[in-house]
Design a protein around this ligand. Structure first.
Ligand code: AMP
Length: 622
């Protein structure tokens, strides 16, 4: 049976893991470049190449506008919702179809689903290379706080990449699966997940193999990137004070500064001070300028204290929603690279009164949990299959008279779930009603996210308040919502799956899937061309060397033929024509074959001669 993978599609890094056989320990799959984390970065270079992961990240400094990082901040979101995010990314974000936040590079638009699918495609290829077989099934994780639109867009990204998405799983649920907590005893667990771009705090109750998410809270605008940004601003301010130049205005300098800030931040997790050294960061009339500063952990913690402060409220709210106090918690689990910061660990300890649990690598714990769930869903999990109970991250409801949001399914309701309510008309002889589906916690409809609208028509004429319209909300285990409205008098029913919340149409998705396949094909072809060129050119070099040495001793007509074949190969050194390269290679092989034997004989004769000369010299010298 084919293997199913677990994928942590992170803001900063992505990780893919697999359970190779029933009951086996999950393995984190290394990327083709050798790392365990794949930077969630996609780049489009000036030469038309598409790069993913480490290679994309490496060239970011030189190509900031063509390098897309933190795409997770935009997935499933509207342009009007992402003002803050737009400001912190170096690439251009524009309003696309249905106001969807869309990336624009060199005049070409890419949806966040497409960019994410490129990352997922790379993870798929790495997993296939590692496992030596095709990989289709995957569980992909999302922050617990993601709304319906963000979840659906993530699922679409998986489908565009060619995956069969078994489930969209909450990251803290995955982390707790990885810890294998709750085996045999009831436990209340707090998962504190601070990654590159999001902060989630989740309270889980685990017992008898059942994981129930009691409450989730967080901040989709808070992560390690913000710590970097604060340090960048501090460094830029200091530099400006002494040199009068604002490095933030120069995109390349800013990118270098960002990388240096992140490196310094990571170093400060294990060291008490670090040096930030950026030679030739800029120049003015007086010559080149260098940035060279020492930052202590103390300074860094002072500077970023406001960010740490922003973690406190979501923590308190999650405990409150779960109706627990910190004393009720049995375990505290740390997830996400940013929880390696000592100040974060201290804060968690102070708030919970517990030593946080961090035995599983915080960068990998989510992918590991997703792999366990993927194995469970495909019957590879061994005897103890986890059963998951997720909750709705935000309240769902409909707009009722006066523009009010009337909640149908409150936040933190375990899924799958279904609720039916009866509504009526607001005007006499109203023949249709509009069902406006909303998600959010605000009392007025306009302040919540609109997931979609649909009409129930042909209601028989009746005074207002008489018709009885049954509205049903159905949420499946993937938190995907279906809404239906039924007129009790006629039995007439209208149903929708709320997919309007993702801004892509089915046709868009199909087109993107075709594009993705085409790209995979293009990448394969490119690789073949490069390999063919390399093989032909190295054969040409070998033959040239042999001709130099033995050319004057082989028949002139044979020599001319081989030389012509070498020339033909050399002419194709930069060609893209795979067939031409392969045929020139075969031609060279064929024409060389004729003289090869001769040259081989000459080479071995001259070796024997050299050996006997050496022997003679040695015996002569004795
Ligand atoms: P994740 O999303 O879990 O991959 O976390 C990525 C974030 O963790 C990035 O902002 C990294 O800079 C940050 N990070 C990784 N390692 C460390 C570390 N040792 N100390 C502080 N932050 C780190």
């Amino acid at each position: 049976m084919p293997k199913a993978v677990g994928i942590d599609l992170g803001t900063t890094n992505s990780v893919v893991a697999v359970v190779e056989s029933a009951g086996a320990e999950p393995t984190v799959i290394p990327s083709a470049e050798g790392g365990r984390l794949c930077p969630s970065v996609v780049a489009f270079t000036k030469t038309g190449e598409r790069l993913v992961g480490v290679l994309a990240r490496r060239q970011a400094t030189l190509n900031p506008e063509g390098t897309v990082n933190s795409i997770k901040r935009f997935i499933g979101r509207r342009y009007s919702e992402v003002e803050a995010e737009r400001k912190i990314v170096p690439y251009k974000v524009v309003p696309g179809r249905n106001d969807a936040a869309t990336v624009e590079i060199d005049g070409k638009q890419y949806t966040p689903e497409q960019i994410s699918s490129i990352i997922l495609q790379k993870l798929k290829a790495d997993a296939e290379a590692f496992l030596g077989e095709e990989v289709k099934d995957a569980v992909i994780t999302v922050p617990a706080y993601f709304n319906d639109s963000q979840r659906q867009s993530t699922k679409l990204a998986g489908e565009i990449a060619g995956f069969n998405v078994l489930a969209i799983l909450n990251e803290p649920t995955a982390a707790s699966l990885a810890y294998g907590l709750g085996k045999g005893k009831n436990e209340k667990i707090l998962v504190w997940d601070l990654g590159g771009g999001t902060f989630d705090v989740t309270v889980l109750e685990i017992g008898d193999g059942v994981f129930e998410v009691k409450a989730t809270n967080g901040d989709t605008h808070l992560g390690g990137d913000d710590w970097d940004e604060m340090l960048v601003n501090y460094l830029a301010d200091e530099f400006q004070k002494t040199n009068g130049i604002d490095l933030r205005k120069d995109r390349q300098a800013l990118q270098r500064l960002r990388e240096a800030a992140e490196k310094a931040k990571i170093e400060l997790s294990s060291m008490l001070q670090t040096n930030i050294n950026l030679p030739f960061i800029t120049a003015d009339q007086t010559g080149p300028k260098h940035l060279d500063m020492v930052i202590t952990r103390h300074q860094f913690e002072d500077l970023t204290r406001p960010l740490l402060g922003r973690c406190v409220e979501p923590f308190k709210q999650a405990l409150k929603d779960a109706k627990l106090s910190e004393k009720d918690l049995d375990e505290v689990v740390l997830v996400g690279g940013s929880t390696r910061m000592p100040a974060v660990q201290e804060l968690v300890k102070k708030l919970t009164g517990k030593e946080p649990n961090k035995t599983v690598n915080p960068d990998e714990v989510v992918a590991v949990g997703a792999a366990i769930q993927a194995a469970a869903l495909t019957g590879k999990g061994g005897a103890t299959l986890p059963v998951l109970v997720d909750v709705t991250p935000l309240s769902l409801g409909v707009e009722t008279q006066g523009g009010v949001m009337t909640v149908m399914i409150p936040r933190n309701t375990p899924v799958p779930t279904s609720r039916t309510e009866v509504y009526t008309t607001a005007a006499d002889f109203q023949s249709s009603v509009e069902i406006h589906v909303l998600q959010g916690e605000r009392p007025m409809a306009r302040d919540n996210r609109s997931l979609g609208r649909f009409q129930l028509t042909n209601i028989p004429p009746a005074p207002k308040g008489v018709p009885q319209i049954e509205v049903t909300f159905d949420i499946d285990a993937n938190n995907i919502l279906r809404v239906s409205a039924r007129d009790r008098a006629t039995g007439k029913e209208t149903k929708v799956t709320i997919t309007g919340s993702t801004t892509l149409t089915k046709a868009d998705v199909e087109r993107m899937m075709r594009d993705a396949e085409l790209h995979a094909e293009e990448d394969r072809r490119r690789k073949e061309v490069i390999e063919a060129r390399h093989n032909a050119q190295s054969l040409a070099s070998q033959v040239e060397n042999l001709l130099k040495e033995y050319g004057d001793r082989i028949p002139a007509s044979d020599k001319a033929e081989v030389e012509a074949a070498v020339k033909r190969v050399r002419e194709l050194a930069t060609s893209e024509d795979l067939d031409a390269i392969r045929s020139a290679h075969s031609q060279l092989e064929a024409s060389y074959r004729g003289v090869g034997e001769l040259i081989y004989r000459m080479a071995s004769e001259s070796q024997t001669q050299a050996a006997s000369d050496e022997g003679a010299a040695a015996s002569g010298g004795a």
